[in-house]
Design a protein around this ligand. Sequence first.
Ligand SMILES: Nc1ncnc2c1ncn2[C@@H]1O[C@H](COP(=O)(O)OP(=O)(O)O)[C@@H](O)[C@H]1O
Ligand SMILES: Cc1ncc(COP(=O)(O)O)c(C=O)c1O
Length: 290
Amino acid sequence: MPVASDLYLYQREGSYLPRVAAVHDLCGYGNCSLGVAIPVLSCAGIDVCSVPTSLFSAHTKFPGFYMLDTTPMLGAYLDAWRQHGVDLDGVYSGFLGSAEQVAAIRRLYDEYPHALRIVDPVMGDNGSRYPTYTDEMCEATRGLVEGADVLTPNLTEASILTGIPYEGADVDEAYVRRMADALLAMGAKSVVLKGIVRADEGVIRNYAATAGGLESTSDELLPYMLHGTGDLFASGLTAAIYCGRSLLDAVSFAGTLVSDAMAVSCDQPGYELRGVSFQSVLGDVTALLA
Ligand SMILES: Nc1ncnc2c1ncn2[C@@H]1O[C@H](COP(=O)(O)OP(=O)(O)O)[C@@H](O)[C@H]1O
Ligand SMILES: Cc1ncc(COP(=O)(O)O)c(C=O)c1O
């Protein structure tokens, strides 16, 4: 029986630069979302086609952030893409501005049926939802599970999607397997469950699950949590997949990328809010092409 590590999702050919729609917010201050996805994917030789879901003055952990929801312009934006004859090899979605934006993602799936669907179902962390995420948005996000080629929830998001109660980050493999099986049963083709902490071992694990099996990779657990790590992880994973890595290799690459970037973050003033220092690891992403 095949295991998760056998899954190669993308075959890269020659000097071709794959085009991937990045459907995320743009955040002015605090490293996350498009501010991370654009440089990371570009370093992997991906032609990033941005679909901004909202504009933020700073990410939502800052008190008193300003947000502009871009939902009203998305229809005309994608109409113009159609007129330009834009083609896509992938749709990589993350933080959304409204429940209706799920329809824009579905439209991309309909117009580009051959595109890989990478869904980061950004909704919350540490057992709580992000402040802009309503019940309606979580319900709409649930609709993106079916047909996702790769779904990358943290345990909070997996709990919201499945209805299985959140039990913290230090959970055993039976719990991870239950979450992963529930998401596969909902129609995801592969699931990457992030951020499982094993405090007694001093590591943080990421699990890759497919119908064929469940496998994990681990990195040293650093003694702080930062903002934007989920975005850097999913962007690093996407970069590695489009450089022809297997699912498990891509998970391993993304986990190490984040922990290496986090190690640099703690030297920056105000690092607790500024987010993960992805700038320090862009060379590792470029090296995927070697
Ligand atoms: N304290 C940490 N030490 C080492 N790696 C970490 C740490 N926090 C996050 N990571 C890495 O970043 C990944 C994504 O972070 P996580 O916080 O789970 O995402 P999210 O922002 O979506 O909640 C983790 O799965 C892990 O690989
Ligand atoms: C505006 C914004 N974008 C993206 C994110 C996702 O961040 P992370 O990578 O930590 O999941 C957040 C999380 O709070 C956010 O506030």
